[in-house]
Design a protein around this ligand. Structure first.
Ligand code: KIV
Ligand code: ZN
Length: 506
């Protein structure tokens, strides 16, 4: 069976979804999970675009030995230099360079003639090839490009040293038969195509990203570019979990193998959703809450007699447990705690583990039963903010139907503790205003969501916020048995991210 290489771009194209920006440490945690999942190539970011992106690529490249780590670069030397530097400590490195090839992009965006575009692509590949082990070239907006021109540019970049050529359906415009035709035309008309792997990269504007990716594979593509939960620009990219399970379940029609360990899919999906604040719709294939739920009596009856009557995939095959597991209580020791953390797929440092354990004990005092979901929430709160710029140390609220809601907070910034107070329309408004004062930043609150993570009156609450300031967007989350505390933590974490995005991390 032919092997399909899985290229995950959650940390690059996925992060381009508005509000999905992640800290370098959060990206690293996702990269670890991608590696456990068996991803062949991890696109860690676009190093020239910001110091955070550079740092994330460097951190991932330095620490992850097995997958190929790739970084994006336009076909210009400064981008390629930044990518090469960020990847310099990687065991297996690839530069992914791209330029647009469609008439509309060449004319209006680049203001370049087709021959100039070819020259830029060839020069970039030659410039990159001695800096890393592999060079991938993408023809942006390939699916709306002239096919003869595509064949010409691919032949030239392969001659220049590219060993992977990528066909992006950048605006999600194509339908499967078209994509199949593009791939087979390239296979049959690019004379040196045997020296390169054909890759496919589909966006989901018409809901066809996975179908188009499958059509490409059936016509000879051997690398598929995907994101966890289908995150990405606009309607997102081809969803990793959908593509992998389609290949798995329909091996009879599509005899291809991948290196993916499907039992890590569910953890990867939840981790990405929790870190980015992007919720998974209930009816999302494979990973949505309802993907294995049977409501109608006829279906339930069938499933009880034989699950295969209405289920084509077992929850276990994607690492999804039978239900909510009660895991630990306040008497659980650090040892049992650590092993549960690693069973859940997290790889925390000794210090991170001790910090989360402390929080766990604090929650365990207020709540009898701690579920996997509670534990994941605590871990994810701690991830990537191990060294936050501002840290909430204390808060107190006065509120009531006859009182003016007033919040007092203490926030630590380096060695200084700032105390601020504010009144607001409600307790949450008062807390957020006090935090803004202490952190000296004003934002627009775009979204505020609160939900219970687990069942029962003692449930932990999870708060997600999305804020904007000066054109930057950042999501934050917090969890606690007290939703006001969860709100405060979510807000501080979003504002910390905004400060990082603005490059103000003093
Ligand atoms: O969609 C696209 O065209 C891209 C390229 C940079 C590969 O993401
Ligand atoms: Zn893309």
């Amino acid at each position: 069976m032919d092997r399909i290489f899985i290229f995950d771009t959650t940390l690059r194209d996925g992060e381009q979804a508005p509000g999905a920006s992640m800290t370098a440490e959060q990206k690293y945690e996702i990269a670890l999970q991608l590696s456990r999942l068996g991803i062949d190539i991890i696109e860690a970011g676009f190093p020239v675009s910001s110091p955070q992106q550079f740092k994330a690529c460097e951190l991932i490249a330095k620490n992850l030995k097995e997958p190929v780590i790739t970084a994006l670069a336009r076909t210009v030397e400064k981008d390629i230099d930044a990518a090469a530097e960020a990847l310099s400590r990687a065991e297996n490195s690839r530069i992914h360079t791209f330029i647009a090839t469609s008439p509309i992009h060449m004319r209006y965006k680049l203001n370049k003639e087709p021959d100039e575009v070819i020259e830029m692509a060839v020069n970039a590949v030659k410039y990159a090839r001695n800096k890393v082990q592999q060079v991938e070239f993408s023809a942006e907006d390939a699916s709306r490009s002239n096919l003869d021109f595509l064949c010409r540019i691919f032949e030239k970049v392969i001659d220049a040293g590219a060993t992977i050529i990528n066909i992006p359906d950048t605006v999600g415009y194509s339908i499967p038969a078209e994509i199949g035709n593009i791939i087979s035309t390239i296979r049959n008309n690019v004379p040196n195509i045997d020296k390169a792997i054909i890759s496919i990269h589909c966006h989901n504007d018409l809901g066809l990203a996975v179908a188009n990716t499958l059509a490409a594979i059936e016509n000879g593509a051997r690398q598929a570019e995907v994101t966890v939960n289908g995150m990405g620009e606009r309607a997102g990219n081809a969803a990793l979990e959908e593509l992998i399970m389609a290949l798995e379940v329909r091996k009879d029609r599509m005899p291809f193998t991948t290196g993916i360990n499907t039992t890590q899919i569910y953890n990867a999906s939840r981790l990405v959703s929790n870190i980015t604040g992007f919720e998974i719709p209930k009816n999302k294939p494979i990973v949505g809450d309802n993907a294995f739920a049977h409501e109608s009596g006829i279906h339930q009856d069938g499933v009880l007699k034989n699950r295969a009557t209405y289920e084509i995939i077992t929850p276990a095959s994607i690492g999804r447990g039978a239900g909510t597991n009660i895991v630990l209580g306040r008497h659980s020791g650090l040892h049992g705690f650590k092993s549960r953390v690693s069973e859940l797929g997290f790889n925390l440092s000794e210090e991170e583990c001790k910090n989360v354990y402390k929080k766990f004990l604090y929650i365990a005092d207020r709540k009898k039963e701690i579920y996997d979901e509670d534990l994941m929430a605590l871990i994810i709160d701690a991830l990537g903010m191990s060294d936050p710029i501002y840290k909430l140390e204390y808060f107190s609220i006065i509120s009531g139907n006859k009182a003016v809601p007033t919040a007092t907070i203490k926030i630590r910034h380096n060695d200084e503790v700032v105390t601020e107070a504010a009144t607001g329309d409600g307790p949450v408004d008062a807390i957020f205003k006090a935090i803004e004062r202490a952190m000296n930043i004003t934002t627009k609150l775009e979204e505020y969501k609160v939900q219970a993570i687990t069942p029962g009156k003692q449930a932990m609450g999870e708060v997600k916020v999305l804020v904007t300031a000066n054109g930057h967007k950042a999501a934050g989350r917090g969890s606690s048995t007290d939703i006001l505390e969860a709100s405060a933590n979510a807000y501080v974490s979003a504002l910390n991210k905004l400060l990082l995005l603005k490059g103000n991390n003093q």
